[in-house]
Design a protein around this ligand. Structure first.
Ligand code: ZN
Length: 130
């Protein structure tokens, strides 16, 4: 079935294009097998290194399959105060996550639970300013 094969080829290309992180040093690697053989597992056996390559590839696949969307209500359940919630949302957006159910940033209708130190300006993603 040509269609199915082309989808598989595409998936393979995506996996090949992502950098696999070494699960020993947490650094992204162009060639995880070479990296393990020369750096992190240079004193291990070939079988141990092969198992570690599989583990690192499985970890990268899991990460790709995980949903990229966070629900703002989940953030609120994890973090009690508005300042922390908005800092977390800003960081998630910076890391290219999508955040659903974000509160509207209308300054005239701020949620009553917001802390006195936070302002609506805190929650608007900055434009590359750091
Ligand atoms: Zn490493």
């Amino acid at each position: 079935m040509p269609l199915k094969r082309s989808v598989t080829v595409q998936k393979r290309a995506i996996m090949d294009s992502i950098k696999i992180h070494c699960l020993q040093c947490y650094e992204p690697q162009e060639d995880i097998a070479l990296h393990l053989a020369t750096v992190c597992l240079r004193d291990s056996t070939d079988a141990e290194r092969a198992a570690e390559v599989q583990r690192a590839e499985a970890s990268a696949r899991d990460w790709i399959r995980n949903p990229r969307v966070w629900d703002f209500r989940d953030v609120c359940m994890l973090l009690p105060d508005r300042g922390s919630q908005m800092a977390m949302v800003k960081e998630l957006i910076r890391l290219s996550f999508l955040v659903s159910n974000q509160p509207h940033m209308d300054p005239g209708r701020e949620a009553p639970s917001s802390s006195p130190t936070s302002s609506s300006a805190d929650i608007i993603p900055s434009h590359g300013k750091k």
